[in-house]
Design a protein around this ligand. Structure first.
Ligand SMILES: NC(=O)c1ccc[n+]([C@@H]2O[C@H](COP(=O)([O-])OP(=O)(O)OC[C@H]3O[C@@H](n4cnc5c(N)ncnc54)[C@H](O)[C@@H]3O)[C@@H](O)[C@H]2O)c1
Ligand SMILES: O=C(O)C(=O)C[C@@H](O)[C@H](O)[C@H](O)COP(=O)(O)O
Ligand SMILES: [Zn+2]
Length: 353
């Protein structure tokens, strides 16, 4: 996989101009969604070097991360003169960078791409590392490609217009990075006051979080092994997310991952001896900030069936998890039975009230 440059910006206009100069291109397309069109596009569309850029705007949130939207983006590229030498700027959260990334990966077999993430989740996770894709057949990220952006530009100024729920959603992935990295980073994250956000402190934590992700991706870009650490909380989390979407009460990705981490930390404690005090402290933080995902024991089989589609599963049809025996001590390819999974769901329901 080609290398990707992540730039923490101190002057977005200059940094974007440099990133564009690195990729020879004939035409620039800017992908936005209806919110980033309003809140974020005005920051960049005044840059003189973007005066001829063509905007493609799509609907918001995961309900639009689908084949129909992807086909719309392909159509816009095709009819508005994109060539193999065109360049796409994805300006948005993970939904835009995932779908836009997959559009860029596939249009004429691949055009250049720059990510400008505008959500916390986009900055610390989705825009970095090359996973792109769409939801399909009711399943999260069922179709996609590894296709890293040439450059990722991080400008935390965009966070000023982001609502609290989406800040928390991104923070859940930061907490995941804490759990898979080191106790000091984890401890700072669970001690952070989400009630009164200190943006200067948050910006430093963003930089550290991106570094955790970059380190893991550099070791295993195609998720053959250790990259599965970045999927901690996602076997259960994606099942919650797909289930919530299917029953018509979508939840934000990070909220589903936070719930998934409760289940998978509990199982890490049972199977791997993850320490009880850290389990309690992490769950307390999640309970206070994220509340509970709604499901009953009648839904267990459906949730289990979603987990059977997880990409980390082996060939034998078992459900695989990434577990941790301590903060930063990662155990990939850990199988759980259907009973184990029902036990995790019982634990979640009892603990989260
Ligand atoms: N590729 C990866 O490695 C990876 C990692 C994590 C998550 N994801 C995917 O990312 C998606 C979630 O991304 P997300 O949480 O960024 O959600 P999102 O992209 O849906 O954005 C959340 C909301 O915030 C709005 N928004 C974006 N920037 C804004 C700003 N600066 N000000 C105001 N509003 C703004 C969006 O329009 C949207 O309504 C999911 O599809 C998830 O599966 C991918
Ligand atoms: O970058 C990775 O690797 C991740 O797993 C990051 C996750 O936070 C992210 O949600 C990713 O999109 C999940 O991918 P999937 O392969 O489980 O669909
Ligand atoms: Zn995720």
């Amino acid at each position: 996989m080609s290398t990707q440059e992540v730039v923490i910006c101190n002057h977005l206009e200059n940094d974007l101009q440099k990133a564009l100069a690195k990729c020879e291109h004939d035409k620039v397309f800017v992908l936005t969604d209806e919110h980033t069109h309003l809140f974020c596009l005005p920051v960049i569309d005044k840059f003189p070097f973007l005066k001829d850029a063509v905007e493609i705007c799509i609907g918001v949130e995961d309900i639009h991360k689908n084949l129909e939207t992807l086909a719309y983006v392909w159509t816009e590229l095709s009819t508005k003169g994109a060539t193999r030498h065109s360049l796409m700027i994805n300006l948005g959260g993970g939904m835009v960078t995932d779908l836009g990334g997959f559009a860029a990966a596939t249009f004429k077999r691949g055009i250049s791409m720059i990510n400008i993430p505008t959500t916390l989740l986009g900055m610390v996770d989705a825009s970095v590392g090359g996973k792109t894709g769409i939801n399909f057949n009711g399943l999260k990220n069922e179709v996609g490609a590894f296709y890293p952006a040439d450059t990722v530009l991080i400008d935390c100024e965009f966070l000023k217009s982001l609502d609290r729920a989406n800040l928390l959603s991104g923070y859940a992935e930061m907490l995941k990075h804490g759990l898979i990295s080191n106790t000091q980073h984890w401890s700072e994250l669970v001690g952070f006051d989400m009630g009164h956000i200190d943006y200067v402190h948050l910006q430093r934590l963003v930089g550290e979080s991106i570094a955790v992700k970059e380190r893991v991706v550099a070791q295993d870009p195609f998720e053959k092994g250790i990259r599965k650490a970045l999927n901690f909380g996602h076997t259960a989390g994606h099942a919650f997310e797909s289930f919530a979407l299917a029953v018509g009460h979508p939840v934000l990705h990070g909220y589903a991952v936070a719930a998934g981490m409760v289940c998978e930390l509990y199982y890490s404690h049972l199977r791997m001896g993850f320490p009880k005090d850290k389990l309690r402290q992490t769950i307390r933080f999640i309970k206070e900030n994220y509340g509970r995902i709604a499901f009953t024991c009648e839904d267990y089989e459906r949730l289990y069936n979603f987990m059977r589609h997880d990409k980390k599963n082996g060939t034998e049809g078992q459900v695989n998890f990434t577990l941790i025996s301590e903060v930063g001590d990662i155990h990939i390819n850990q199988t759980a039975t259907q009973d184990d999974i029902y036990d995790m769901l019982d634990f979640y329901s009892e603990t989260m009230g």
